[in-house]
Design a protein around this ligand. Structure first.
Ligand SMILES: Nc1ncnc2c1ncn2[C@@H]1O[C@H](COP(=O)(O)OP(=O)(O)O)[C@@H](O)[C@H]1O
Ligand SMILES: [Mg+2]
Length: 272
């Protein structure tokens, strides 16, 4: 058995039930041109889902680092891009929010225009502007910045999704201008049941720990990991890093419930 060194391997995205629900929620906000609120505990997978839904990794690569400059034409089958993912700076002002969203908007629209360059003009004569703006970490926005987004929403005739922590919906309820326009609210839940088990199993296969989990111990170990993490994706991730470390440091051949308990201890200590 090789317990690989804890590394920051890129995480393979797992399409979960929560992700599918999130995607349906975004589609609904886009179609109805509503404001939608998505809230959930830190670490449940909101940001990963938003990036997946918007193909943001791919888009960032195409957009390139410099504003107003593309790093190349998008591939033929990539467009049209119709969603903007915006993460406000920790310290933001209405002006910086307006500027940053406008900038992203223009660049994403520019890509759509670029991809229609290839398109059969009879079928797709005009590039279409983005129809949905998703704002991650919306808890960072104060009233004036929210007001700025509300103004953008009204002027552009788009859907708007605000992602934040539990409590966001209560805070926004105080701003009538915004809350009166909220059409959908979505709670992003932790993993549970069979799906949590699948994620745990896929993690140890990914980490090469599968041979370290004996058949007979599987259910107990899965249960121990499920209990220790409460289905929180980030905690699952962190617990596995600890499990690998515990195995390596102690030269242990297999993952047992004791190893999980030990790893969990260090996780609790390490939790801010
Ligand atoms: N669908 C997913 N597939 C694989 N890993 C995921 C998924 N969702 C979340 N994760 C893992 O959990 C971590 C936390 O997810 P993140 O989206 O940052 O949570 P949140 O935005 O809700 O705080 C990610 O860094 C990743 O390791
Ligand atoms: Mg996040």
């Amino acid at each position: 058995m090789t317990a690989n060194q804890p590394t920051s391997r890129p995480t393979e995205f797992i399409v979960t039930r929560e992700h599918r629900r999130f995607a349906e929620f975004c589609d609904a906000c886009r179609q109805a041109r509503y404001i939608g609120l998505c809230y959930g505990l830190p670490g449940v997978g909101k940001t990963m889902s938003a990036r997946e839904y918007t193909h943001w990794d791919e888009l960032e690569a195409l957009l390139g680092p410099a504003p107003h400059r593309r790093s190349g034409l998008p591939p033929r089958d990539s467009g049209p891009w119709q969603t903007v993912l915006f993460t406000p700076e920790v310290v933001n002002t209405p002006r910086s929010v307006a500027r940053d969203v406008d900038n992203l908007w223009g660049r994403v629209f520019g890509l759509a225009a670029g991809s229609s360059w290839y398109a059969d003009r009879a079928v797709n004569p005009e590039p279409r502007p983005p129809t949905l703006v998703i704002v991650d970490e919306a808890d960072r926005l104060k009233t004036a910045s929210l007001e700025q987004l509300r103004d953008l929403y009204d002027r552009r005739h788009i859907g708007l999704v605000l992602i934040g922590m539990p409590g966001l919906q209560k805070r926004l309820a105080r701003y009538a201008q915004l809350s009166s326009r909220v059409g959908f609210v979505h709670q992003f839940q932790p993993l549970s049941g069979r799906e949590l088990q699948n994620v745990i199993e896929s993690r140890w296969v990914q980490l090469g720990l599968d041979s370290a989990v004996q058949e007979s111990a599987t259910a107990d170990v899965v249960n121990a990991i499920a209990r220790a993490t409460g289905g929180n994706f980030r905690l699952v991730q962190r617990l596995f890093v600890e499990i690998e470390r515990v195995l390596t440091v102690n030269g242990l051949p297999s993952v047992t419930t004791e190893v999980v308990a030990f790893a969990r201890e260090s996780l609790v200590i390490g939790t801010p």
